[in-house]
Design a protein around this ligand. Sequence first.
Ligand SMILES: *Cc1c(COP(=O)(O)O)cnc(C)c1O
Length: 379
Amino acid sequence: MIPLSEPSIGELESRYVQEALSSGWVSSSGEFVTEFEARIADALGAKFAVATSSGTAALHLALLASGVASGDEVLVPTLTFIAPANAVRYTGAHPVFIDADPSTWQMDVDRVTEFLEEHCERGNESTFNKKSGRRVVALLPVDVLGHPVDMDPLHSLAERFHLKIVEDATESLGATYRGRPVGNLGDVGCLSFNGNKLITTGGGGMIVTDDKRIADRSRHLSTQARVHLTEYIHDSVGYNYRMSNLAAALGCAQIERMSDFVSRKKSHAWLYEKAFEKLPQVSLMPRAEWADPVYWLYTIGLETHDPMAVQEELAAVGIHARPLWQPMHLSPAHADATHQGGEVAQRIYGRALSLPSSVDLSDGEIARVVNYVSKAVTA
Ligand SMILES: *Cc1c(COP(=O)(O)O)cnc(C)c1O
């Protein structure tokens, strides 16, 4: 069996988790949590990092701490895993889904511009959607499949229209945008350490920011909004979104190995590209010249075959491939949301297939995947 994306767990992970167990600090505070936060902040060149119980929890808190409130609107790419769209809903706000850029598969900056210029009214301090009458408060770009979004033009738009940028870097940790690490390119960034991500804590996430108010607010909300150390006094409705010390111990081991993981992912991508270059039935994952992607899941486009059918053929020989997410503007979960375009995302969704991309995948296993994909598309 060749899995899609499996964590790499070794000696170091066992040692740190054992240390956490022996210390007795297994729950929501402890030295590993503090250490893991410091390491992530350092890796991304950020002033603050707040560990959370999941990437989705990080997104929820990042939105709240950025001032997103019930009845607001937030721009989200339609081509994404559903978590960021759901996080917008948790705040009571409404997602507006933006089509994908065919040259990067990321949120299309031109469509964002179009939406803001044509459908919104810019005031002195805020922006309103002319049709819905709602306040438009934030952009939530997602670095889909490990490729960064084009952030500089989003910053110009955010400034012009008084918007916050919440960056979903859950799939792109380890990638760089114009030489800068992703994750701290917006007002606040979110990471995930789910088992299928670049590094894992079993389950967990992180909020990364240079803004002390956002960091403080996020941490406060993640600990039930408690305002007193010994008494149970809370100043608002908070959440239990903390990461456990046990999970953070795993994270500390993983981050020590992260640069090796990044090299492995890039080497897998290179092997896939070399093999599929020659096959006209397969198109390669796009890459912008300003991006150094981390290739979290190497994803091909099938020009002649149905990805679901090829996925089944691969499954029959023990290879786990996966289609992309149903675009959000087509999702029954978000059926009432508005969208700006969506045809490009739909076209990508209809062709894309993610291939096994685990860090520990061997060159022989990649050759086996290539062999069966080639067979399936030339049959
Ligand atoms: C994995 C992921 C998340 C959040 O993941 P959790 O499983 O909640 O840690 C959020 N956004 C995207 C795009 C993801 O791929």
